[in-house]
Write a protein that binds this ligand. Structure first.
Ligand code: B3K
Ligand code: ZN
Length: 871
C-alpha cells in the first residue's frame, strides 16, 4: 500500500454543509442513497476534481442537481470516485448497494448477532457510501433508516429522532437529525431488537438529558454499572473541565462483535459488550473498572474529539491522548489516585516502552503510515496521555484548565492539530513550550541518568538525558521534561528544598543539567525520590543501593515511587537468580526471599490502610516485564527464576498469606467499590503466593472458594490458580465453569483465556484444541483475543517454546484470521514485535514463520505490520 505522509496534507477541495442518508436494510444487501450539498472552498484550486472515497460499493445511480451525470464525466476504481466538471455548488446524489451480512471485517455497516451496526473510525464510512471520508470535512447529517419492523423495531442514528412512519411489507422507517456538524467517522447507525435501560441526567445549566443504554434483552440486568458510570462521567466533566453535554439524548449500544473497546459516535456510542456489560456474577473487578473507564472515555470524547476533532489522522493523539488523560483522572477520582497511577504506569512500561523500543516504534504524531488502523497504538493513546499529563505537570492544574478552556472555546466545531493544542497551553500559561513539541515528533523511550554527590555542603544532582535511535530516526534532540522530586533525610522525613517546599518539579531542557540543594550542615547524602508520580515517561537510570530501595519502600509517601522501589528490588533478585545453575536456584531463591521478607512483612502489616496498593507492592513484575529488561529475552530462565522466588516468598511468609486471605474475606454482598476491590486483590495475591509455594491445604480451599463464590472475581481467581498449578479439582472446576456459563460469551472468553495461559509448551496442544472447540469463532474478536491474544501476550513459555511450535501455530492463526478480519489480525501481529530481542534460534524460527505468512498476498493491514517487524 502507499505511504501517506503528514507533509503531503492538503485542505479539502470542497465543503459538505449537509449530508442526507437514506439506508434501506434488507437480509442480503442494503441500499444507501446519499444526497450531499457540495460547495467548492474559496481557497481551493478551481481546476481540482471532486474526489470521493468509496470502497467496494456497487454504484447504481449518480445524479447532479437532479439529473443523471454523464458516465464519461466520472471514474470509479473500487476505492475512489473522481467526478469531473462539477459546478462550484451542487447537489450530488449517489445510490449504492452494500453487503453487511458478508462483512466480517467489522468496518463500515455489518451485522452482529442479528442486529445491524456500524464502525466508521477511521475509514469505515467509505464502505457505506461515497464521501470525502476525512476528519476535516464537517457536515450536518440527516439519516433515514428503513427495515423490517418486527425484526428491527429499533432504528437509531446520531442526534434526535425527527420523523417516523410505516411502509409496505411490514417495514418502517425513522429519520434522525444531528444538529452538530461532524466528520463521517462519527456517524453511526443501529437497527435491532434491543432492550433499554433508561435514566436521566440534569446538566449544570438545567437541561434534562435522556440516557439510554441498549443491549440484548438477556443482558438488561448488566447495565446498571455503565449507567452509574455515565452519570458520574457527565458530572465529572462539568466539575473538572466545565464541559456540558450538548444533545437531548445520549445512547450507548452494546454489540458482541467489535474490533476495539468502544466508539464515541456523536450521541450514539457503540460498545464492545466487554466494555459495557457488568454484573457481579459474571464480571470481575477489573471488568467493572474497565466499564467505568471506557464509558468515561467515550463520554469525554464528546468534547475532546467530537466538538473539537482532528484535522487528519496524524493528529489522532490530539483526541486520544487527551481523552485517555481525562479518563485516567476520572478513574483516579472515582477510586484511588495512587493505585490508578501505578496501574497506568505499569501498562505504559510493560506495553508502550517495548513498542517504543522495537520495530513498531513511532512518534505520538507519526509522519507517515500505510494503514491508519495500525496506528491505534499504546503510543498514540498511552504515551499521548503522558504528554498531556506532563503539560499538566508543567502548568499546574489551574493554568492547565485555562489552556483547555481556551482550546475548547477557540476550536469548537473545528478540526485541528496537536500544535493547536500546545499553542493554547503556551498562550494560557505564558510558558514557552516550543521545545516540548519534540515529544510529539520523536519516537523512542528517553533515558534519564541521574547521579548525586555532595559538594561543598550541597547535594548536587546531575541529570543526563538521551533517546536511543528508532527506525527512521537515528538522531534525537533533548526533550523538555518535568522531574518531580523530593529528598529524604535519614529520619524518613522530606528535607526542605531551596524554594521552601519539600517537593518540587525540576524542568529539564538540556542534555546534561545539574541542580544544587543546600544540606544546611547535614553530612549524609539524602535519599532522592525521583520522578515522583512518574512525572515523565522515561527510563530512569539511577544506581539505587538495596538499602535505599528498602528505605524508599518504607518511607516514601509517593505511591508510584514506593512501587517502583519494590519493582527494582524484584528485578534485581530475579536477575541474580538467572545466573544461578538449575539445581541451585531453589536455595538461592530462599536467600533472596529472606532478604525481601522484612520489607514484605512491613507492607502486609500496613495493608489495612490501602489493600490495593499493598497488593501492587507485593506482586512481582510479569515474566514478560522481567524478560524485557534483559539484554536478550530468556523466557525459560525468567519463568524458572520468578517461580522459584514466588515459591520461596510463599513459603517463608505462609502464615501471613493465610492471615491476609482471612482478613480480606469480605462479608456481605459484592460491591465494586475501590476498598472492596483492593481487599479482593490482596486476597488473591496471597492465594497466588500459597499456590506457588505448593501449600497442601490450598487445592481444597480454592475448590470451596470456586464453588461458593458469589462473584466472578473470586470464582475466576480460584479457577485460574487451580488450572495454572494443575491442582486436584482443576479439570472438574473447568467443566463446572463451562456448564454454568456456556451461555455467557464474556465469561466463556475467560474460560478460554485461563486455559490458553497455562505456562509451558504443552499448552500449545491445548490451544489447538481450543481453536477447534465448538465455541471458538474466528469472526468474534473477543473470542480470538481470548485464546490467541492471551497465548502471545500472557504466556511466554508457550508462545516462545524452543521448538518454534508456538510461532507456527500463531502464524497459521494470523493467516486464517486475516482472511476474516484484517484489522484484528494486524493488531495481533504486534505480539511478534519482540522478534529482534529473541535469542538467535528463536529469532530464526519466528522470522521464518512470519516470512512464510507473506508468501501469499495478505491484507494491507497485516502486511504493513509484518514488514515492519521483519525489516
Ligand atoms: N476512537 C475509537 C477508536 C476506533 C478505531 C477503530 N479502528 C475508540 C476510542 O478511542 O475511544
Ligand atoms: Zn478514544
Amino acid at each position: 500500500a502507499d505511504l501517506i505522509r503528514l507533509a503531503d496534507y492538503q485542505a479539502p477541495v470542497f465543503h459538505v454543509p449537509r449530508t442526507s442518508l437514506d439506508v434501506a436494510l434488507y437480509d442480503d444487501y442494503s441500499r444507501v442513497t446519499t444526497t450531499l450539498e457540495l460547495e467548492r472552498r474559496a481557497d481551493a484550486d478551481p481546476a481540482a476534481d471532486y474526489v470521493f472515497d468509496g470502497v467496494e460499493l456497487a454504484l447504481c445511480r449518480l445524479e447532479v442537481d437532479g439529473q443523471p451525470w454523464p458516465k464519461a464525466q466520472y471514474d470509479y476504481d473500487g476505492e475512489r470516485l473522481v467526478i469531473r466538471g462539477l459546478p462550484e455548488r451542487c447537489t450530488l446524489l449517489t445510490e449504492v448497494t452494500i453487503k453487511p451480512h458478508l462483512n466480517t471485517a467489522l468496518e463500515g455497516l455489518y451485522m452482529s448477532r442479528g442486529m445491524f451496526c456500524t464502525q466508521c473510525e477511521a475509514e469505515g464510512f467509505r464502505r457505506i457510501t461515497f464521501y470525502p471520508d476525512r476528519p476535516d470535512v464537517l457536515s450536518r447529517f440527516v439519516t433515514t433508516i428503513r427495515a423490517d419492523k418486527a425484526r428491527f423495531p429499533l432504528l437509531l442514528s446520531n442526534g434526535n429522532p425527527v420523523a417516523r412512519g410505516e411502509e409496505a411489507d411490514g417495514r418502517h422507517w425513522v429519520t434522525w437529525e444531528d444538529p452538530h456538524p461532524k466528520p463521517s467517522y462519527l456517524f453511526a447507525l443501529v437497527a435491532g431488537d434491543l432492550a433499554c435501560l433508561e435514566d436521566q441526567y440534569q446538566t449544570g445549566s438545567g437541561r434534562t438529558v435522556s440516557l439510554q443504554i441498549y443491549a440484548e434483552p438477556r443482558d438488561l440486568d448488566k447495565l446498571d454499572h455503565a449507567m452509574r458510570s455515565l452519570k458520574a462521567a457527565m458530572a465529572w466533566d462539568e466539575r473538572v473541565y466545565g464541559l456540558e453535554y450538548d444533545l437531548d439524548i445520549y445512547m450507548i449500544v452494546a454489540v458482541s462483535h467489535f474490533n476495539m473497546g468502544a466508539m464515541e459516535n456523536k450521541g450514539l456510542n457503540i460498545f464492545n459488550t466487554a466494555c459495557v456489560l457488568a454484573h457481579p456474577a459474571t464480571t470481575t473487578d477489573a471488568g467493572f473498572q474497565r466499564v467505568e473507564s471506557v464509558v468515561g472515555h467515550e463520554y469525554f470524547h464528546n468534547w475532546s474529539g467530537n466538538r473539537v476533532t482532528c484535522r487528519d489522522w496524524f493528529q489522532l493523539s490530539l483526541k486520544e491522548g487527551l481523552t485517555v488523560f481525562r479518563d485516567q483522572c476520572f478513574s483516579a477520582d472515582m477510586n484511588s489516585a495512587a493505585v490508578k497511577r501505578v496501574e497506568d504506569v505499569d501498562v505504559l512500561r510493560a506495553v508502550q516502552f517495548p513498542e517504543d523500543q522495537g520495530p513498531m516504534a513511532h512518534p505520538v504524531r507519526p509522519a507517515a503510515y500505510q494503514k491508519i488502523d495500525n496506528f491505534y497504538t499504546v503510543t498514540i493513546y498511552e504515551k499521548g496521555a503522558e504528554l498531556v499529563r506532563m503539560q499538566h505537570e508543567l502548568l499546574g492544574a489551574e493554568r492547565f484548565r485555562a489552556g483547555t478552556d481556551l482550546y475548547f472555546r477557540r476550536f469548537d466545531g473545528q478540526a485541528v492539530t496537536t500544535d493547536d493544542f500546545l499553542d493554547c497551553m503556551a498562550e494560557a500559561s505564558g510558558l514557552d513550550l516550543q521545545q516540548f513539541r519534540r515529544w510529539y515528533d520523536q519516537a523512542g523511550t528517553p533515558h534519564l541518568a541521574v547521579q548525586g554527590h555532595i559538594e561543598q555542603g550541597d547535594y548536587v544532582l546531575t541529570f543526563r538525558q538521551w533517546t536511543p535511535p528508532t527506525p527512521g530516526q537515528p538522531d534525537k534532540q533533548p526533550l523538555m521534561m518535568p522531574v518531580r522530586l523530593a529528598l529524604f533525610g535519614a529520619d524518613g522525613q522530606r528535607l526542605p528544598l531551596p524554594d521552601g517546599s519539600t517537593e518540587t518539579v525540576l524542568v529539564l531542557t538540556q542534555e546534561e543539567q545539574s541542580f544544587r540543594f543546600p544540606l544546611h550542615g547535614q553530612k549524609e547524602a539524602p535519599v532522592p525520590s525521583l520522578l515522583r508520580g512518574f512525572s515523565a515517561p522515561v527510563e530512569l537510570d539511577y544506581a539505587f543501593t538495596t538499602e535505599q530501595l528498602h528505605f524508599l519502600l518504607a518511607h516514601d509517601d509517593d505511591g508510584y515511587s514506593r512501587w517502583d522501589a519494590a519493582q527494582r528490588l524484584y528485578h534485581a533478585a530475579v536477575t541474580r537468580l538467572l545466573s544461578v545453575p538449575g539445581e541451585a536456584v531453589r536455595a538461592a531463591a530462599e536467600d533472596e526471599a529472606a532478604a525481601l521478607a522484612p520489607a514484605l512483612r512491613q507492607v502486609l502489616a500496613r495493608a489495612d490502610d490501602d489493600a490495593a496498593a499493598a497488593a501492587l507492592l507485593l506482586t512481582l513484575p510479569s515474566e514478560q516485564a522481567l524478560a524485557d529488561r534483559l539484554p536478550e529475552l530468556d523466557v525459560d530462565g525468567v519463568h524458572r527464576a520468578r517461580e522459584a522466588l514466588r515459591a520461596a516468598i510463599g513459603e517463608q511468609l505462609s502464615s501471613l498469606w493465610w492471615q491476609a486471605e482471612q482478613n480480606n474475606t469480605l462479608a456481605g454482598p459484592y460491591r465494586p467499590v475501590a476498598a472492596d476491590i483492593g481487599r479482593r486483590s490482596l486476597r488473591h495475591c496471597a492465594l497466588a503466593y500459597l499456590a506457588a509455594a505448593g501449600d497442601a491445604r490450598l487445592a481444597g480451599h480454592l475448590t470451596v472458594l470456586f464453588q461458593q463464590a458469589d462473584n466472578m472475581t473470586d470464582q475466576l481467581g480460584a479457577l485460574r490458580l487451580l488450572v495454572h498449578y494443575g491442582l486436584p479439582g482443576a479439570d472438574e472446576a473447568l467443566d463446572a465453569f463451562a456448564r454454568q456459563w456456556h451461555d455467557e460469551a464474556l465469561v466463556m472468553d475467560q474460560w478460554f483465556t485461563v486455559q490458553a495461559t497455562v505456562p509451558g509448551e504443552t499448552t500449545l496442544s491445548r490451544v489447538q484444541a481450543l481453536l477447534a472447540h465448538e465455541g471458538f469463532d474466528w469472526r468474534v474478536p473477543n473470542r480470538v483475543r481470548a485464546v490467541l491474544g492471551a497465548l502471545a501476550n500472557a504466556n511466554p513459555t508457550a508462545f516462545h517454546a524452543a521448538s518454534g511450535e508456538g510461532y507456527r501455530l500463531y502464524a497459521d492463526a494470523l493467516g486464517r484470521l486475516d482472511a476474516v478480519n484484517p484489522q484484528v489480525a494486524a493488531r495481533m501481529a504486534n505480539a511478534c514485535a519482540r522478534l529482534p530481542r529473541l535469542p538467535e534460534g528463536r529469532r530464526a524460527l519466528l522470522g521464518g514463520a512470519l516470512r512464510g505468512l507473506l508468501k501469499v498476498p495478505r491484507s494491507a493491514n497485516l502486511t504493513e505490520v509484518l514488514e515492519r517487524i521483519l525489516a
